[in-house]
Write a protein that binds this ligand. Structure first.
Ligand SMILES: [Zn+2]
Length: 265
């Protein structure tokens, strides 16, 4: 399958009509000269964006779990979370190697925001609200977690309350930060932090000192107050077979296709 000459229509996925069933179908289309290439492949090899060791999330890395990838933009891509809280728990990741939101180049931030907005629309159409969080601590490549929560489970206020209460219980100082302020204005690159963004734009931020519970964001969202599935707080206990993961990614791609700006010519 080369994808050559089949470039028309809104359903074009990086040069293919329809939705690809696998990464192997996506990649040749991506690099093929079958139409105006929408992607600047040089971003993959950005000299300032090279990992120090094998990285699970650099898109060019052989370590990346390609069957989980569901959309590829110019600077960012989307992948289903491995062992996600739900089958539609998704990650926004930079294609090149960046450790955190505060280190991103402005054009990458712009596309992160574009993905955030479109995911919010996508989930809203499914009666779900998005919670977005990042843990820049013991992590080498930025993973922005996007967790959809069914609207009937709880309100945005309930989610905020759950984060605040659980932070207090664990003596984590979670501060509200102005909605329109960029993290860059609050924290220097290289400083560990955790931040969560609610679907009304409110943001809570914690500057990480010595220790931080690695599963904090998941613990809060999995708790009885929110998703009511505390057993899923640890992703390692939620892993499924590769075939099942690939099928979930395929389902997500199909459903997300009408919202995916990366597919529009
Ligand atoms: Zn990386």
């Amino acid at each position: 399958m080369t994808g050559q000459g089949r470039t028309q229509g809104k359903s074009c996925w990086l040069g293919f009509p329809g939705t690809p069933s696998s990464w192997e179908e996506m990649l040749p289309a991506w690099s093929a000269a079958c139409h105006q290439p929408p992607h600047d492949i040089s971003v993959l090899f950005h000299p300032k964006a090279m990992p120090t060791a094998a990285c699970w999330f650099c898109l060019a890395s052989p370590e990346v779990e390609k069957h989980l990838v569901v959309s590829i933009g110019t600077h960012c891509y989307l992948a289903l979370a491995k062992g996600g809280l739900s089958p539609d728990h998704v990650l926004i990741l930079p294609i090149g190697h960046y450790q955190s939101m505060v280190e991103l180049a402005s054009e990458v931030v712009e596309e992160v925001n574009q993905y955030k907005a479109v995911l919010q629309k996508f989930f809203r159409a499914r009666d779900k609200r998005c919670v977005v969080y990042e843990r820049n601590y013991r992590s080498q490549h930025l993973q922005l977690q996007v967790v959809p929560i069914p609207q009937q489970s709880c309100s945005t206020e309930d989610i905020k309350e759950a984060f605040i209460v659980q932070a207090q219980e664990q003596q984590i100082e979670l501060l509200e930060i102005p909605e329109h302020s960029a993290l860059k204005q609050i924290v220097q690159p290289g400083t560990p932090y955790f931040y969560v963004e609610l679907d009304n734009g409110e943001k809570l931020f914690h500057r990480i000192g010595k220790n931080f519970p690695l599963q904090f964001g998941r613990e809060v969202l999995a708790s009885e107050a929110i998703l009511g599935m505390p057993g899923r707080a640890d992703w390692r206990r939620c892993q499924t077979e590769r075939e099942e993961e690939a099928a979930a990614a395929q389902d997500f791609r199909r459903a997300f296709e009408p919202f995916d700006f990366a597919q529009v010519d």
